[in-house]
Design a protein around this ligand. Sequence first.
Ligand SMILES: Cc1cc2nc3c(=O)[nH]c(=O)nc-3n(C[C@H](O)[C@H](O)[C@H](O)COP(=O)(O)OP(=O)(O)OC[C@H]3O[C@@H](n4cnc5c(N)ncnc54)[C@H](O)[C@@H]3O)c2cc1C
Length: 363
Amino acid sequence: MKRGTIIVGAGIIGLATAECLLRLGFKVLLLEQGKVGQESSWAGGGILSPLMPWHYPEAVTRLTQYSANLFSEWASALHTSTGIDPEYSQCGMIVLPPYDIKTAIHWCSKNDIHINQLKLPRFIPSNRNGTIKQCDTMQQTILLPDIAQIRTPRLLQALRQRVIQLGGEIIENCTVQRLIVKRNSVSTLETSSGQFAADHYVIAAGAWSAKILGQYAFGLTIKPICGQMLLFKFEHPPIPAILTQSSTYLVPRKDGHLLIGSTSEDKGFNKRITVSARKQLLKSALAILPQLYKMPVIRQWSGLRPASPLNIPTIGQHPDLTNLYINSGHFRYGVTMAPASAEILTNTMIGAPQPFDVNPYQY
Ligand SMILES: Cc1cc2nc3c(=O)[nH]c(=O)nc-3n(C[C@H](O)[C@H](O)[C@H](O)COP(=O)(O)OP(=O)(O)OC[C@H]3O[C@@H](n4cnc5c(N)ncnc54)[C@H](O)[C@@H]3O)c2cc1C
């Protein structure tokens, strides 16, 4: 058994990091203030790509693409070892206008991403009588056929089980309150359940990461941005692929559930769901899929994304405290980025070569 590591936070990033370290023979303890995987990661839609990928810097493109390519094998290995199917599916994503088609085509060709231009019938939302009117043809609709989705609550359950199978320990309802620092390293974590010590510490506490670091945050600007989602249930999936338009997206699950996302609200750690968000999401979703008219919303929920500037996470060693590492700030794409972020952090901890230039993610 190698040296011991404590990971703070058992969302997708903490769990994926734990799984990666355990596979290498590390001893791992996860401390979670609530229950495993119930915060931002649970709320996620599970789209394994940025929504309009051409809007993001190279550092996001590289990390999301490398990570998305790991998913099929990762999900299948988790399914085999735990019996829990995270429902990975390469369903494709249809992008509806308005957007700049030239930029999209250029970006896809530069990044070797398949793209099909579609001519889809365009509908206008059903009126009060429920009639759906067909209008002209969309000239600028594209399908990105390689984009996949995963069912995040199931992925989290599978990861939890895998971590335990590999000998990892998880303590729930344990809030890390303070780092106790001696010289230039962390000596202990003060928590609601007493003190814990290890050789290495990883902060993977999502939107709470800077709060935990306190005076050692040193300009780390991760903050919560609330996202709300709606859930519908059809008998069969009403659409064959993920559909996205501007900031709205519809994700069909194979059992007929349909997710509608999402809002982006800067209101601190408040994640109360609201009527106004529900109306806003419904309005934009109806413009895309008029069949939703008169259908009941079966659930509404929210999560706090760990927001970082330009959506670039921090993955690496703390600049001052030698045994402290950060894997956080994945903002809108932490599910997509999880396996690659875990791999990069683990490589940093053991001094192994990285799959590409990881300087943009350094603290
Ligand atoms: C509505 C919505 C839709 C999204 N859709 C997608 C999508 O389609 N695709 C995609 O890739 N990403 C998506 N995301 C983003 C993605 O969910 C996040 O980037 C990701 O979940 C971040 O994971 P995390 O593990 O860092 O954070 P979290 O899941 O929030 O986990 C952090 C954990 O740390 C724990 N913690 C905090 N403080 C302490 C403490 N003091 N002590 C102990 N534990 C602590 C928390 O309780 C929590 O469990 C979406 C997010 C939202 C909100």
